[in-house]
Design a protein around this ligand. Sequence first.
Ligand SMILES: [Ca+2]
Ligand SMILES: [Ca+2]
Length: 620
Amino acid sequence: MNSKFIRFTVTFFLLSLHLFSYAQFQVYPTHWWIGMKSKSLQLMIHHPEGVPDNIRIKQPGIAIKKIYQADNKHYLFVDLDILPTAKPGMYDIVFSNGKSIQYELKQREKSSTIHQGVRSNDLIYLIMPDRFVNGDPSNDQFPDLQDKVADRTNPYARHGGDFAGVISKLDYLKYAGVTSIWLTPVLENDMPRMKENIWMMSGYHGYWITNHYKVDKRFGTNQTYKDLVKAAHSKGLKIIQDAVYNHVGSYHHTVKDLPMKDWLNQWPSYTGPDHREEVFFDPHATEIEKKKMLGGWFVPHLPDLNLSNSYVANYMIQLNIWATEEFGIDGWRVDTYKYCDEKFLNRINAALLSEFPNLTVFGEAWTNTVPGSAYFTQNNLDVPFKHQIKGVTDFPLQSAIMDAINQPFGWTDGITKVYMTLAQDFLYKNPLTNCIFLDNHDMNRFFSMAGENLDKYKIGLGLLLTIRGIPQVYYGTEVLMKNYKDPNDAAVRWDFPGGWTSDATNKFSGSGRTTEENNAFEYFKILANYRKESPALTSGELKQYIPKNGVYVYFRISNKQKILCVVNTSSKEEQLYLKDYTEMLNGNETYYDVIKQLTLETKDNKIPLPSMSFQIFEIK
Ligand SMILES: [Ca+2]
Ligand SMILES: [Ca+2]
């Protein structure tokens, strides 16, 4: 061996050591853009062996404002200003030891079809991607992930559904009258199966995020997700992403190597929240119960983020802005909203709306009362803290609709619950921006709650698609998928029949559905498609009459259109006497039955109301 060769070998060895080491640098956000409204950017730089405590940036265009070395020397936080003179391209971050890494600033995408927001003329279809359609069996297993293989025989394991599957059903959804898709979280959940109660669960639902800058590769790549958003937009469909501000999976990179002592809300021993939102507005509440609600860990493997720590808050705000810009999504549904630091919630909402003015954000505030729901959105309440988000998921109305179809009529029972709930809309700044629903992935399926009774199903769906708010349906509702959360959530998250090539039936197709399922699908399709073009249903005023004998009458009125809806929850046929509604009608109208698609013959100025029925008329 000659000395030249030894020198070459040593140099190569040192060089590869250097390369190996520098490849371990991670910078979050992974890249950014020029032309953002806020010029501020806070980088979190991580290296498992430590980050030098000072940096400079070689190229002009980025100014360093502040450098902060965390308690944990593996992290460096750097506050930057992206100057108006910054150009898209690669920037060298040079450490005090002379070594450098690169950071990219990109050009923002300009398109009118991104970040559109959802409005009251939308219909949201909630999909759990693992359980919808398996469009790409090649991504069903990865030996390098903690939970390696999809297994459809196990209700608690992953089943293999993915982005390719959703893309393949966009036309089906559009045909059914859907305008927006809400996907449960799509980011990486690289966790082994964890014990919940007595069951070993996979993170198939997506709520155990381990990396916020990478989609889970069992769904596809970041590029496949962009392709899904593009494909949806090209068909006039919008995409809502599910965000989790409250917690991360216990295998998240910041949990494996905590940046600072108070990155998480810590307790001497496991402490969970009591799940009661009352502690935030109850004038008699105790401090400890509020503290547990904000800082308790949802379950032991979901560490609770300390969102009152400004570095945690910046990390979360930036990653959500990053995802909105990177993927072009139209809105966010925010999981576990009522468990998050309240000031943080207003801050992140303001930051998102500042960058994306049309974006929709609605919080999952699972509450028992209308004042409780109103508290977590823009409201007319006199309370010490004012939330600024535009809408919440409307749990009180969901509960009222279930009572309407299942309870006998009474002064405060049955359909009267819907009337009373809507009468309390005075507590909301704008009840039209609430997301309304019959069920979701955390609840018993609607068709089961309707006792598998098609008449009740039609009343529930009829109310959902004609009352105020932005309606959301859960995948499979249109083909009568059913079940209770027995023994747990997995029972209401069955695979959509026909989403896997080995399935015995295909309910995406009329020929694969039973007569009753086709009846339900047609009803769904007619109402959903009518709704999205109806000015009265989507933005008109709501006028409701006091329910009598189980009959509930309401009108939706815009300056272009007048609509009459009638629900009869009574066990016998009733009559609607038009003379009782002269405040809304002048007596010379014709009544177009939207569902039957024909003009009604009104004999003796009355409309017969079959037992357990929903009817909708466009008044001309
Ligand atoms: Ca797959
Ligand atoms: Ca929390």
